[in-house]
Design a protein around this ligand. Structure first.
Ligand code: HDE
Length: 711
């Protein structure tokens, strides 16, 4: 229906990402059988290549007798099936990946010698995997959670992995607390639930005893944790890194990804319902957008600063629970990341991709952030566990796209094996026979940062302030966002069975904002507890940072968004044409939702196929809705609970609603006819479709939210 079938390929795609993935991994004849015409189908074989005569029946002694040990085809088939799964990631198990490229806007050679930043217009192939953190592999996409934003850049001097999140801070300051944090967040060990949610006692118990998490909690309780899709969220490298140029000069950097389409989130009640209607909402959105040729794009931003700034900044730049406000150090946009190719095989690419913070390239280095240092240790371990062999770097999605020469050898599943005699260095064999040599000029160097001190297990004094930036974040939100954040805390804490845990969390909120603390206490019907003890004075002089709000950083167009058009037989053909043309002109998509998936017959007698039957296409799946039934059709829909929900949900979620006069019976039965507001746009007059689409650019009609929920 909508523009989904538009050609996806762009002739300007980089070479490296244009080869079909199966050509790299599956050279077997017939490996890609779906492309073989009928009549030319290859013969089914065993894994050893022997032709198979019967794949429907196992070998038995007699017609109804026991199975035979010699049925090696059955044995091989079941053996392989039994081993199809690899361990899921202990965190970030639920994820979705896509291929693309990174393009540098201008040379950054004055700042870094990293290969990918040397020339204007230079393109580097990329693979990105987005994820949630806490849920298992099969969990719903709309969990309230941090999103992983892991980017593998296949540079000409090795793979650089920027393994980030959609939130710029983290729960903890030291990697030693990571297993505790994750144990507390995931399902409780005795009962095995709740899955993919932090709304339970163990999580909030840990958080209430870990005040350093308060800034992160503000972010995870905000709408950042329920993004509309991966395409509409920011990404962050979180830690401070170093860039080093050819002269050895070092500059500190924090990395940002800025979505071209602006930021957007859903509301909580909508998230709960999306998880039921389409648990794959985010992965489907990414797949559909790329397949429609609507390639998602982010700009890479850098906050660059020197030692002097780091020393004068009010917080420690090595503390991953702190940001540097963009208003203080502006984000310089240095290039763009474009995702233009879906995976050929989910397992081969998205499941087997192995990211590692330790994968850096010459010109990019670590800082001493204790969280980053711990991560550098952890990722190799986890890859060996998941992929089962140190040769996981030879799996195509992980393999560098530049030459690799080393003296590592053997191991499980070694696929690229050296042929010469020499497997060590130094060696005295001359020429090519001697193998690769080190390159002090081109190779990875560690920036000679002076380091000294006694061995200690201690948290630095400069990490002690846990509330000031949490307060700054909260106060930087619009009123609508502050209410969402408060309601999220009330929801989560209401799921905690132990009242002392609820009270302990509120005791921390009192240092962030008294109104927030009082609001949450009221929502829990809890007396206001004393403020938690603090070791460092809370600052109330940090200015609000508008960059922290989603609503202040939304899109300027309705591009990339989707409208659900609810219609019936007799739909006005002219209104439909106007609306769909206006949406297409804006770069937006639409789906037709109808009582039967076979479609509707419009006023010109044409059959228009539907994308969804109304039961499978609730309004939570769309950014805005349009009601285009005929009058008898609206009367029929008014008798159907699901169709009424389509309208009441769209209304309650503050969505823009376009409607024709014939839809009134449905609006009335849904109980909203007398409340129609500026967010409801009549589509009867010519030109009104364009006005509707322009209105949709602000995404939601937020004033309605206060009317709908007055508690
Ligand atoms: Fe990770 N993290 N992490 N993490 N992380 C993993 O590696 C770990 C942290 C992040 O799509 C694991 O391959 C430790 C911060 C992403 O495949 C594991 C600590 C940030 C992904 C691991 C952290 C992240 C992971 C599990 C505390 C944001 C998914 C599976 C010191 C900057 C990558 C795997 C993908 C995955 C360890 C904290 C981002 C166990 C020890 C902070 C996006 O190695």
């Amino acid at each position: 229906m909508s523009d989904r079938n538009a050609p996806a390929s762009d002739p300007s795609e980089p070479q490296a990402s244009s080869a079909p993935f199966h050509e790299q991994v599956d050279q077997r004849p017939g490996g890609d059988t779906h492309q073989v015409a009928d009549g030319e189908r290859p013969v089914l074989t065993t894994r050893q290549g022997a032709p198979v005569a019967d794949d429907q029946n196992s070998l038995t002694a007699g017609e109804r007798g026991p199975g035979l040990l010699e049925d090696h085809h059955l044995r091989e088939k079941l053996f392989h099936f039994d081993h199809e799964r690899i361990p899921e990631r202990v965190v970030h198990a639920r994820g979705y990946g896509a291929h693309g490229f990174f393009e540098t806007y201008e040379s950054l050679s004055d700042i870094t010698r990293a290969d990918l930043f040397q020339h204007e217009g230079q393109r580097t192939p990329a693979f990105v995997r987005f994820s949630t953190v806490a849920g298992n592999k099969g969990s719903g996409d709309l969990a309230r959670d941090v999103r992983g934003f892991a980017v593998k850049l296949y540079t000409q001097e090795g793979n650089w992995d920027l393994v980030g999140n959609n939130i710029p801070v983290f729960f903890i300051q030291d990697a030693i607390k990571f297993p505790d944090l994750i144990h507390a967040a995931k399902q409780e060990p005795d009962r095995g639930f709740p899955q993919a949610q932090t709304a339970h006692d163990n999580f909030w118990d840990f958080i209430s005893l870990t005040p350093e998490s308060m800034h992160m909690i503000m972010w995870t309780m905000s709408d950042r944790a329920i993004p509309r899709s991966f395409r509409f969220m920011e990404g962050f490298g979180v830690h401070t890194f170093r860039l080093v140029n050819a002269e050895g000069r070092s500059t500190f950097v924090k990395f940002h990804w800025k979505p071209k389409l602006g930021m957007q989130s859903v509301v909580w009640n909508e998230a709960l319902k999306i998880n039921g209607a389409d648990p794959d909402f985010h992965r489907r959105d990414l797949w559909d957008a790329i397949e429609a040729g609507d390639h998602p794009e982010w700009e890479l931003g850098m906050q660059l600063f020197d030692e002097e700034f780091a020393a004068s900044f009010e917080f420690d730049v090595l503390d991953a629970t702190k940001i540097i406000p963009e208003e203080q150090v502006p984000v310089r946009r240095v290039g763009r990341l474009v995702l233009d190719r879906v995976v050929d095989n989910f397992f081969a690419e998205t499941e087997q991709v192995a990211f590692h913070t330790g994968n850096i390239v010459p010109g990019i280095e670590f800082s001493s952030d204790p969280l980053l240092q711990g991560r550098n240790f952890s990722y190799l371990d986890t890859q060996l566990k998941r992929l089962g062999s140190p040769n996981f770097t030879q799996i195509p999605v992980n393999a560098p796209k530049c030459p690799v020469f080393d003296f590592q050898q053997d191991g499980h599943m070694a696929m690229t094996n050296p042929t010469g005699r020499v497997n060590y260095e130094p060696n005295s064999w001359s020429g090519a026979a001697g193998g690769p040599r080190e390159s002090p000029d081109r190779g990875l160097q560690a920036h000679p940062e002076p380091v000294e001190g006694v061995k200690l297990r201690i948290r630095p004094e400069s990490f002690a302030d846990h509330y000031s930036q949490a307060r700054q974040f909260y106060l930087s939100q619009t009123a609508v966002e502050q209410i969402h954040l408060r309601d999220a805390l009330v929801f989560e804490l209401s799921k905690c069975e132990h009242p002392p845990i609820r009270a302990r969390v509120v005791s921390h909120l009192r240092h962030i904002d008294e109104d927030l603390a009082a609001g949450v206490a009221r929502g829990l019907r809890l007396g206001l507890p004393d403020p938690a003890q603090v070791v460092s004075e809370v600052r109330d002089d940090l200015p609000p940072s508008p960059a922290l709000s989603i609503l202040l950083n939304g899109p300027s167009t309705f591009e990339g968004r989707k409208v659900g058009i609810l219609a019936t037989d007799g739909m006005d053909a002219e209104r439909f044409a106007e609306l769909t043309q206006a949406l297409t002109a804006e770069g937006a998509m639409y789906e037709l939702v109808a009582p039967e998936v076979g479609g509707v017959e419009d006023s010109d007698g044409r059959l228009v196929e539907a994308d969804e039957k109304v039961d499978g296409g609730p309004s939570v799946l769309y950014d805005a809705v349009a009601l285009l039934p005929s009058e008898p059709g609206a009367q029929r829909l008014a008798l159907d609970a699901t169709s009424r929900d389509f309208v009441t949900d769209a209304f309650a979620h503050a969505k823009y609603i376009g409607y024709v006069a014939e839809a009134m019976p449905l609006l009335e039965k849904a109980g909203v006819a007398s409340d129609l507001d500026e967010g409801c746009v009549a589509l009867d007059a010519p030109g009104s479709a364009t006005r509707f689409v322009e209105t949709c650019r602000t995404l939601r009609y937020w004033p309605r939210e206060a009317e709908v929920d007055q508690t």
